[in-house]
Design a protein around this ligand. Structure first.
Ligand code: FES
Length: 121
């Protein structure tokens, strides 16, 4: 009998997809159409695939192996995981860090909006 699918929800976009248990978070990210740039091809080398889960959901992912433990150290205690190494076991919500360029553009747009609002007053 095959395992029932589990739901992975990516934040902040709140985008959900169904995957088979055991699939890596990186595969789930890609299946959801989210761009998470990487350089090492999913071998726990580049650390570009860092994501995080909330405290209560740490058990929804397979515990980290040696390579991931070495790379992340005490970041693991803050719920940080390497998407290429973390396999999904249960329904989970995953925080995707905002792309630095997108974050800069968003901040500029917000500042511009505040500026326009100020001029109206
Ligand atoms: S893809 Fe490089 S560390 Fe995960």
């Amino acid at each position: 009998m095959s395992n029932p699918a589990v739901t992975v929800t990516f934040l902040p976009d709140n985008r959900s997809i169904s995957v088979k248990p055991g699939v890596s978070l990186l595969e789930a990210v890609r299946k959801a159409g989210i761009v998470l740039p990487t350089r090492c091809g999913g071998k726990a080398g580049c650390m570009m695939c860092k994501v995080s889960v909330d405290d209560g959901e740490v058990g929804a992912l397979r515990p980290p192996g040696d390579a991931e433990r070495r790379k992340l150290g005490n970041q693991l205690e803050q719920g940080v995981r390497l998407a290429c190494q973390a396999a999904v076991l249960k329904n989970v919500r995953v925080h995707i860090p905002e792309d630095p360029l997108k974050a800069a553009v968003r901040r500029r747009l917000e500042a511009a909006r505040r500026g326009e609002a100020d001029e109206l007053w």
